[in-house]
Design a protein around this ligand. Structure first.
Ligand SMILES: Cc1cc2nc3c(=O)[nH]c(=O)nc-3n(C[C@H](O)[C@H](O)[C@H](O)COP(=O)(O)OP(=O)(O)OC[C@H]3O[C@@H](n4cnc5c(N)ncnc54)[C@H](O)[C@@H]3O)c2cc1C
Length: 317
């Protein structure tokens, strides 16, 4: 059966959840084969995790280039592995780095590229990707007609499901092409202890209705009770109430969690563009005419300072 290569995103020795989602999707298309790059001493543990989620083979490569340089060494490795294995498709997480890697790999392979897929299925002539476009107003199904498809998939496209497989490790020697931007310093991001916004299964977002920076306290309390990430509308971010890195929307982050809770957010088209593919949407807004109620699964008309603490108390049980 055709190998479907999955580039395994990892950090601090842990496999990132979107990589497990890719392995789950890859099983629909052929035989999943994980690609683990620059994992150092953690390579064996990461390979074992990939095997648990269906990787029949785990191609590993390690070299200082993977951490000392941006993107290009991973592109070198993934391209060479795809060529050597005559892979049926290459799947990469739809992060900023993932999309850059995917685009460069597709160019080198002479293949078609599909970005930001929200679902994948097997088709008669290769994988069929579903994309959500024009602020999630339309769903598009696409196939690649030339070369092994290179597809980036948004986090939370599918729930990761274990399916133990052999996970036979194959060490790969990569011929690096050079010409990569070199990392000169690293500053660790201060951790909030909450999940990464684009990967979180649950996101609780606050908007202008939160009223002030301190108002985000009730949003954070609910997020923490649910193990969720915190998002914000641009109005809240522009007011300086929450960091820009947490903005959800057309000019912020695109999220697609299992559950999205919007508190004090009106539902402008630019906000919807970043969250409309969420599986279940809940809004809390004191205005029953707020446009956000047009797209919600559950709407609560009320003051968020009354409603959110009640939800938090319920979540804490
Ligand atoms: C080019 C461009 C790009 C943009 N990109 C983005 C983007 O990426 N993300 C984004 O979010 N926006 C973006 N915007 C801005 C967008 O158009 C809206 O202005 C913004 O989303 C509004 O944010 P909001 O819903 O928080 O505020 P508002 O529209 O002011 O809505 C506040 C809501 O809170 C409710 N409310 C008030 N008090 C309470 C309370 N106590 N309890 C419950 N509800 C309450 C109100 O009824 C109202 O519905 C962009 C705009 C442009 C032009």
């Amino acid at each position: 059966m055709t190998e479907i290569l999955v580039l395994v995103d990892h950090a601090d020795g842990q496999v990132r959840k979107p990589a497990l989602e890719l392995l789950t999707l890859a099983r629909r298309l052929g035989t999943p084969a994980a690609v683990v790059l620059g994992a150092g001493d953690n390579a064996a543990a990461i390979a074992a995790k990939a095997a648990e989620y269906g990787a029949a083979t785990v191609h590993t490569a390690d070299a200082p280039e993977f951490t000392a340089q941006l993107v290009v060494p991973k592109v070198d490795a993934l391209t060479q592995i795809a060529q050597a294995t005559e892979a049926g498709a290459v799947l990469v997480t739809s992060s900023g780095e993932g999309k850059e890697i995917a685009a460069r790999v597709a160019l080198r392979l002479g293949s078609g590229l599909i970005t930001d897929a929200v679902d994948l299925e097997a088709g008669a002539s290769g994988p069929v990707a579903t994309q959500s476009v024009f602020a999630a107003s339309f769903q598009v199904k696409s196939t690649v007609t030339h070369g092994a498809p290179v597809i980036t998939v948004k986090p939370n496209a599918v729930a990761p499901e274990p399916a133990p497989a052999a996970g036979t490790v194959q060490a790969v020697e990569v011929a690096f092409t050079g010409n990569a931007a070199t990392v000169t310093a690293r500053t660790p991001r201060v951790s909030s202890g909450r999940p990464e916004l684009t990967e979180a299964a649950i996101v609780v977002s606050g908007g202008r209705g939160v009223g002030a920076a301190e108002g985000f306290g009730v949003v954070e309390d609910l997020a923490d009770a649910l193990g969720a990430a915190v998002g914000a509308s641009r109005a809240a971010v522009d007011a300086g109430w929450y960091p820009h890195t947490n903005q959800v929307g057309q000019t912020g982050k695109q999220v697609s969690p299992q559950l999205y809770i919007a508190a004090g957010i009106s539902g402008a088209i630019q906000h919807r563009a970043g969250m409309q593919t969420s599986k279940t949407i809940v809004a809390v807004n004191k205005d029953p005419e707020a446009p956000i109620f047009e797209l919600v699964d559950y709407g609560i008309v009320g003051d968020l300072f009354t409603v959110l603490p009640q939800l938090t108390a319920q979540a804490k049980g």
